[in-house]
Every structure is written in C-alpha cells, then in structure tokens.
Design a protein around this ligand. Structure first.
Ligand code: PHE
Length: 344
C-alpha cells in the first residue's frame, strides 16, 4: 500500500536502501508500475478515475523519495566532512616525513639572497621587470642601434609582435631594460638592483639559453666613477668573502654606458683560487649611464648622472663555490642542490 511504501521510504537508512524501495515501486517491474500497466484491463468507465488515483500515488511516492534522498545526501556529506576534518591547531611538521628527502634553496636563489643583503646594506632596493620585452626597452632605449650585433637573430629570441601593433617583442637578452623602466616609473635619485632571468639563443657546455643576471643602477646629482668603483669593490669583496680581493677596472664599450668598464678579479688560473696568483678573470660590465639613455628614460642628463652594472649570477655562483659545470643548475638533482644551495 501507499502507506507501507511511504514508511519504507522514511525508514531507508541510506541511499542504497532508498533506491531499493524506489525500484520495488517505480522500477520496470515495480508494484506501482504494474498498476499503471494494468490500466488497459480496467473497464473504460473506471479507467480515468483509476488512472488519476494511481498517478497521484506515483507522484506522492516520487516526492517522498526525493525528500528522503536529499536528507540522506546531506547526512552523507556531513559525515564525510566530519571524518575529513583538519585540525588546523596541530603544530607543523618540522622535519620531512620519514623516507622523504629535504630540498634546498637553489644556488641561484641563494646568491640572489646574498647579494640582495649586501647591496641592501648600501641602500639598494630590488626592482623587477618582465622577461618578455619590447625591442624598444631591450635595445633602442639603451642606445643599441639596429645594426648592433646584439640584435642579430643568433643571439636574440624574437617573439611575434604583441597585440598586432607591429612592434617586435623579444625575450630580454639582459636585465638592462629594467634601467629604463625604473627611470620612467620613478624619480631620481635611484638606487636599485635587478636580479632576474635573461635569454640568449646560445647553448653549449658554458652557455644556457636561459640564465640569470643582476643589474645595478644608481642615479643622483653627483654620482661619479669613484662611486661606481667603490660600490663594486665593496660588493665583490663582501660577496666572495675575501677582504683583499684584487679588483681591476678595464676600459671597454657598451652602447648604454660612457665611459664603460669591464671589471676583473684576481685569481690563480691553475688552481682556480680567487684572490691568489697573478691572473685576471672578467666578471662584470659597468659604466656611467649614457646621457642618451637618461634622456630616453625621461631623466634630464644636465641634472642627473649615475652608473650601471650587470653581471651573470650563474658565473659568480660558480666562481664562489668552485662549480665547474653550468648544466646542473638546471637539472634539479637534489644532492647537487643540497651541496651548493642553502638549507631550507
Ligand atoms: N647589459 C650588459 C650585458 O648583458 C651588462 C652591463 C650592464 C654593462 C650595465 C654595463 C652596464 O652584458
């Protein structure tokens, strides 16, 4: 009877039991389904009333089934939430679980942390820019003319022009475009370092198509070559931890600095020891920011002047730790990372 079925529905302890009741009544060979099928045998004058009555029973049962289903589903969800509850007040695990290997701060990140701290004591803050740059920021604004070898395809990764505006887009070949961005975004005086990824279409044992540089930019009313030299000598001695590290400034050329200087540190070529021997090792590029570059970035060269430098982060990391091979930097071997990196 309808009453019995409704009682069975109300008593169904879970979704499976409820479905069994549903199949028994409304399934293909269910009791209610049989009544509906039997309507054909009912005399025509009774059929209409009879059909309406059976349908009313069917609808009542469907309603009861849906209601009970909703209740059971909510109960099941609540039970699951209770079972899976996290105790956020538990203390954190301090060690990796048994059998798991602890990771390490990557040597690149370690060097960035170290040099950020050193430059931080000299009043530098950290600036950043995008890896994907317009040709203008990466080259033109830095006074690198169209025929300069740095623009040729074998060095630069070109991307399709962005937004169909016809301007070339590149993967930045150095962190120097952030000089321009920093000067355009803020007002001098400026004192920033810019650690970041850089890209050149070059791949062999000592070159990776993606590598890291750190740029430095200092702009003030009376910043001189003397400041450049003092700043870099102090940094190199602090970074390599050698108080008397010999540092040599050698005249050079970059389109965006004038004068330009490459910086060498003293080492012993045979033993690889820094600060010993009588050999020189080139380590970074630097110079006084070219007046055209200042003007391109909206800084008045009659009022402001300053210096810039750029160095390879892999390179100074390899020299500091005596790492001979560039490739492991990008291989995520946890033993290598733990040996040359820093503890987490
Ligand atoms: N951008 C230069 C390079 O990638 C380095 C540099 C930076 C030189 C700033 C001078 C001033 O080689």
């Amino acid at each position: 009877t309808q009453g019995e079925l409704e009682a069975a529905i109300a008593a169904a302890p879970d979704l499976r039991a409820l479905d069994a009741v549903r199949v028994g009544a409304l399934g293909k060979s269910g009791t209610v389904t049989a009544l509906l099928k039997g309507l054909g045998a009912v005399p025509p004058e009774e059929r209409k009333a009879r059909g309406a009555a059976v349908n009313a029973v069917k609808q009542a049962l469907e309603g009861a089934l849906d209601a009970r289903k909703a209740v059971l589903e909510r109960e099941a969800l609540e039970a699951r939430l209770r079972a899976e509850r996290l105790d956020v007040s538990l203390p954190a695990r301090t060690a990796p679980p048994a059998g798991a290997e602890a990771g390490a701060i990557h040597p690149i990140a370690r060097t960035v942390e170290e040099l950020t701290a050193i430059f931080g004591t000299m009043g530098f803050t950290v600036a950043e820019g995008p890896d994907i740059e317009s040709d203008w920021y990466n080259f033109s604004a830095l006074n690198i003319p169209g025929h300069h070898p740095a623009r040729q395809d074998q060095d630069t990764f070109y991307l399709p022009p962005a937004h169909g505006d016809g301007f070339e887009t590149v993967l930045r070949t150095h962190t120097s475009p952030v000089q321009i961005r920093t000067m355009l975004e803020g007002e001098p005086p400026i004192r920033v370092i810019v650690p970041g990824r850089t890209y050149r279409a070059d791949h062999d044992a000592t070159h990776s198509p993606m590598f890291h540089q750190v740029e430095g930019l200092v702009i003030g009313r009376d910043i001189t070559l003397g400041h450049l030299k003092g700043c870099l000598i102090d940094f190199l001695r602090a970074f390599f931890g050698i108080a008397e590290l010999p540092v040599r400034f050698r005249s050079s050329y970059f389109p965006f600095t004038e004068p330009s200087m490459e910086v060498d540190i003293g080492w012993d070529r045979k033993t690889g020891e820094l600060g010993k021997g009588s050999d020189w090792l080139e380590i970074l590029g630097s110079g006084m920011v070219h007046p055209k570059v200042l003007a391109n970035a909206g800084v008045d060269p009659k009022v402001w002047q300053g210096f810039a430098f750029g160095m390879g982060i892999e390179r100074i990391t390899m020299l500091k730790h005596g790492i001979a091979d560039l490739r492991p930097f990008y291989e995520s071997d946890v033993r290598w990372l733990r040996h040359y990196g820093a503890p987490v």
